[in-house]
Design a binder for this molecule. Structure first.
Ligand code: KG4
Ligand code: ZN
Length: 366
């Protein structure tokens, strides 16, 4: 079964052709990073406009690279939500329109369900074994930080989530604070590599829950930056907030030490809480998906701490891409020609719709 999938939930325009939900025949991703970098983050209006400009080209290229024609396809899928409304609308309308014009089934996909399925993707033949279920998945991206227990395709329980910032969002904000540019994750990772003595920063454990919080860490980092700029001791423990004015620029080594301390703190919490959740829910394997899964320290620490089979997709499949949407579409097979985008679509909705307990319109109130 050959699926053409389209993903435009944020700032990547992506189309992919995937065979039988796993074998990636093409995965074209047109990044808009250069367009948004001057603003330090994604500008929704610019994102939608760019999607409109290149979606046809990207879809054509995905078919060409896969060596497939439209008449070879069995279905078309597109991200329905969650994401930026204007951006979602471009890929979703394009996919639904193309499916209607060609008489093909149209499969709307939850973006988070796509991230979960990124660990099913491969370019190898014969294909490696599928991840064992139940799977404890850490979804870590610029928009999400969630722990999801996947019992089966379409059967998900969210066991934890961030109460404030997503981990990737915290990386992006702290990078801006340190003058490291956008996107912040790779920039912090690169700066941290030069650290000589990482600063100690706090960790929010939120004990008794599988939830996360990163806003306190962000504020603590801001205080350390201000204190360091005034030539005071950098360590946050026992110190009150610094005065607002920064008296001098930080040196490269100071930036590196703060970046490394921040990265340590985020990674430590993500790893420990994922292992605890996996143990408590009796998971048989663990997956780390979403843009932050590209982080080298996170990958190393997860590998070191995990006694279960661990699945972390290569960066190509962990940051936003359409191949993961095709995989989720294949395993979901929830054809819905007449639903609409839903910018705040919850993950659980996909199961309810599939089980036939709701109509696509009813879930608009969830
Ligand atoms: O999944 P994604 O491409 O888009 C969203 O759905 O948000 O994730 C993008 C996020 C950004 O916040 C970016 O800073 C972060 O993933 N990221 C990283 C790394 N590469 C990307 N964070 C930490 N370390 C990295 N190497
Ligand atoms: Zn994403």
């Amino acid at each position: 079964m050959l699926i053409l999938a389209i993903e435009t939930s944020c700032d990547e325009t992506s189309c992919a052709v995937v065979q039988d939900g796993r074998l990636v025949r093409s995965n074209v991703v047109a990044s808009q990073i250069d367009l948004h970098a001057p603003y330090g983050g994604v500008v929704p209006e610019i994102a939608s406009r760019r999607h409109v400009e290149i979606i046809t080209l990207v879809a054509r290229q995905a078919l060409d690279v896969a060596g497939a024609r439209i008449q070879d396809l069995d279905a078309i899928a597109a991200t329905r939500g969650p994401g930026l409304a204007g951006a979602l609308l471009v890929g979703f309308s394009f996919g639904r329109g193309l499916a209607q014009a060609r008489g093909l089934p149209f499969i709307p996909v939850n973006h988070l369900e796509g991230h979960l399925h990124s660990v099913w993707l491969t370019r190898d033949e014969p294909m490696p074994p599928e991840p064992k279920l139940p799977l404890m998945a850490l979804i870590v991206s610029g928009g999400h930080t969630e722990l999801v227990l996947m019992n089966a395709h379409g059967d998900y329980i969210r066991v934890g989530r961030t109460l404030d910032d997503a981990a990737g969002e915290a990386f992006d904000k702290v990078a801006r604070l340190l003058g490291l540019g956008y996107p912040g994750g790779p920039a912090i990772q690169a700066a941290a590599a030069a650290a000589s003595s990482p600063v100690t920063l706090p960790r929010a454990w939120l004990r008794g829950t599988h939830d996360f919080s990163f806003s306190g860490l962000k504020t603590a980092t801001l205080h350390v930056v201000a204190r360091t700029a005034r030539g005071e001791a950098a360590d946050v423990r026992g110190a009150g907030p610094p005065s607002a004015d920064l008296s001098r620029e930080l040196t490269g080594t100071e930036v590196a030490n703060i970046a490394a301390g921040f990265q340590e703190s985020v990674v430590d919490v993500l790893v420990v809480k994922t292992m605890r959740a996996a143990e408590q829910y009796g998971a048989r394997s663990i997956a780390v998906v979403g843009g932050v899964a590209a982080n080298r320290l996170l990958r190393e620490r997860m590998e070191g701490a995990c006694a279960l089979p661990l699945y972390i997709s290569p960066p190509e499949f962990s940051t936003d891409n359409a191949a993961m949407i095709a995989a989720a579409a294949y395993f979901a097979r929830a054809v819905q020609p007449d639903c609409d985008i839903k910018p705040n679509l919850p993950l659980a909705a996909s199961r309810l719709v599939r089980a036939g307990r709701r109509t696509p319109n009813q879930d608009a109130s969830s």
